[in-house]
Write a protein that binds this ligand. Structure first.
Ligand code: IPE
Ligand code: IPE
Ligand code: MG
Length: 257
């Protein structure tokens, strides 16, 4: 497995199309309520938006797309809504996995899977196996995921792997391989739809130097045009990773000669 250096250890290469896009798909419930529909209809529509965004990421050469489908805090929702989301998750895995494989798209799920029922756990493993050799795009679905859970489970696994670890030897290098997304570079672009400007316990560690884009568009209305707006905004950012603007300008000059 490729080990990706973190942005606090090495300066990543930057391009106009983000290599890794991470999305909090928010606003499904409000989309439905505005139309006098039950909240769950918004989730079904949200799934259609996911399909469009996957296709566009595949077409434009995004290498990693990570989507927040269900947070560790979403269990607090009414049981009927949680039950609907679980069924939708299982149904969509079953319906999409062959098409993903045909399109050279790898599917991975991160989060604490132990709380899901067996049918979902089995389907998650089957989907991961079936698409394991695919390379064009890696979709990561965060399900029963929380950024704090991720850091804690990484620490536990790190201690289990290094039983004699001394406090002074704890390092990013040792922890990094145990984080759920160790297989991917850190996100370049984070998108949150639905108007809220918060992280809601998504990828806390990995978003250290990610560009954060917030839009009022509700997730079921987020389409290719909206995605390109986010890409355009992203391409205007000056990613300094701690350096000064003058340093970046002189790097551009020296690259040109
Ligand atoms: C996001 O939409 C989907 C999930 C959290 C599963 P919401 O369901 O949070 O929609 P709003 O924020 O209530 O409109
Ligand atoms: C974040 O959305 C989680 C997902 C999109 C899966 P929420 O709607 O649950 O976030 P909060 O509660 O508004 O912060
Ligand atoms: Mg919400």
């Amino acid at each position: 497995m490729t080990q990706h250096l973190s942005s606090t250890q090495a300066i990543p290469e930057v391009s106009a199309i983000p290599r890794h896009v991470a999305i909090i798909m928010d606003g499904n419930g409000r989309w439905a309520s505005k139309r006098m529909m039950p909240r769950v209809t918004g989730h079904t529509e949200g799934l259609a938006a996911v399909r469009k965004i996957v296709q566009e990421c595949r077409r434009t050469g995004v290498e990693y797309l990570t989507i927040f489908a269900f947070s560790s805090e979403n269990w607090r929702r009414p049981p009927e809504e949680v039950g609907f989301l679980m069924k939708l998750f299982l149904k969509s895995l079953k319906a999409e996995v062959s098409r993903l494989a045909e399109n050279d798209i790898c599917l991975r799920v991160i989060g604490d899977l132990s709380r899901f029922d067996n049918a979902i756990q089995e389907m998650v493993h089957f989907s991961a196996e079936k698409t394991a050799g695919c390379n064009a795009l890696t979709i990561t679905v965060a399900a029963n995921y929380g950024g704090r859970w991720d850091i804690l489970q990484a620490m536990s696994r790190c201690l289990a792997a290094n039983p004699n670890l001394k406090p002074e030897d704890v390092s990013e290098d040792l922890l990094q391989p145990h984080l759920s997304m160790a297989y991917a570079p850190e996100p370049d672009l984070f998108i949150r739809t639905g108007g809220e400007q918060r992280i809601s316990n998504f990828l806390l560690w990995q978003l250290a130097y990610t560009e954060l884009y917030f839009t009022d568009v509700l997730w079921p209305d987020f389409d290719e045009v909206q995605l390109h707006k986010a890409f355009d905004w992203f391409s205007q950012r000056e990613r300094r990773f701690g350096r000064t603007s003058a340093q970046l300008a002189s790097q551009v000059m020296s690259d040109a000669v």
